[in-house]
Unconditional design. Sequence first.
Length: 147
Amino acid sequence: SKQRTMKETLKISNIKYQISNCKLRRCAVNSEELSDRFLDYAASIITLVKSLGNSYQGKHISKQLLRSATSCGANYEEARAAESKADFIHKLQIVLKELRESRFWIRLIKRASLIPKDKISPILSETDELIKIIAKSVVTSKMKKII
């Protein structure tokens, strides 16, 4: 099938924001699809942490990763219901911060070989993609705020 080359938009709170999904080369993502993606992400993290075991290290990383990764979707939903553009930007920045923290814990799991790399790589890739989407949304939103 042909790849889309035109710019697509992300509709959030009736405001359109341009996004770029680097891995999939500019595909359409609406707010509902992104919300579902955050749910899938949280579910995959829950499954992942079950594999970490009951060691002190496993428990510590599990708790940290669960907190940061599952809060991304909740904070994204808060952003969708933002009361102002400034509130929207602030909440998206929180999502971005939590995604980056999650990325750290996932990279640590991979670096310490706590879980096989083949199980970590897809989740790390999804984390990177979500970071790119949200980061671009923050930049675009800030630019639109200035205009």
